[in-house]
Design a protein around this ligand. Structure first.
Ligand code: ZN
Length: 255
């Protein structure tokens, strides 16, 4: 079976009747990984024939609710079903404390889940090895605004992620303010998963064409585009000649 990316949730923070918020699964050499956890990931993994207890590692881009809302339920579910092997979670600065408090608010303890929960507060630019994956986070501008810094200090960090698998590279934009932020990260990228909640499709199409990205998966769609994906197709036509996929929940991409 080839490695595969599966879209579990393709919407932005605004609910739609047919799309859940941000979450993706990645199957690499038969092993299961998650990218973001905004959707009810356990339910959705079952829906697509996968087992939540098989998840090895979860990569969180940032702590906005549309990227983490399903996390508590997923961790609790693994506990109740007596997961026996470790679960690794990577996330931006503050993730260890946030997960500790999230569980404590539901009367659970990180150190008493019945399975080993390893939480890594990532350092942007550092290379992490997870099975056959090499993963590197980079900071985006999404939370680099005066209000976020004034209200939440230096824990207000949002990231994109470069994921290298055996013979392929995915770049996940996370949430950004402009595709040009990805400039120095998309080299040798086979698949760019790009958000469409804070940017316009014309800008993404121009960027993808200039950067010669072979395949763009547009996801995290704001209601404007979730209800009218043809607007994205029109914007890319004449600008970008690579492969364009507009995510729906359940979209699969072979890697
Ligand atoms: Zn978001």
């Amino acid at each position: 079976m080839p490695d595969e990316l599966l879209v579990l949730g393709s919407s932005s923070a605004i609910a739609t009747p047919t799309r859940f918020a941000s979450a993706y699964s990645l199957i690499v050499a038969g092993k299961l990984f998650l990218i973001d956890c905004g959707a009810p990931v356990s339910n959705l993994l079952y829906r697509y024939g996968l087992d939540p207890l098989d998840v090895n590692t979860l990569f969180l881009s940032h702590w906005h609710i549309d990227h983490v809302a399903g996390l508590g339920m997923f961790l609790s579910h693994n506990r109740i079903l007596k997961r026996s092997h470790p679960l690794n979670i990577y996330g931006p600065r503050g993730s260890q404390g946030k997960i500790r408090r999230l569980l404590a608010s539901s009367f659970m303890l990180v150190d008493d889940m019945g399975y080993e929960l390893n939480i890594v507060n990532i350092k942007p630019g550092k290379q992490y090895q997870e099975g056959l994956l090499q993963v590197r986070y980079f900071k985006t501008e999404h939370l680099e605004n005066p209000k976020a810094k004034a209200d939440f200090g230096d824990k207000a960090i949002a990231c994109g992620i470069v994921i290298d698998g055996p013979g392929w590279r995915i770049v996940y934009s996370g949430d950004i303010t402009s595709p040009t932020e990805l400039d120095s990260h998309v080299g040798k990228c086979d698949l760019l998963i790009h958000e469409m909640a804070h940017v316009q499709p014309e800008a993404v199409a121009d960027f993808a064409a200039t950067a010669k990205i072979p395949h763009v998966l547009i996801s995290h769609l704001s209601p404007e585009f979730a209800d009218a994906p043809e607007k994205i197709v029109e914007a890319f036509a004449g600008r970008y000649t690579g492969q364009l996929t507009i995510a729906e929940d359940g979209t699969r991409v072979a890697l």
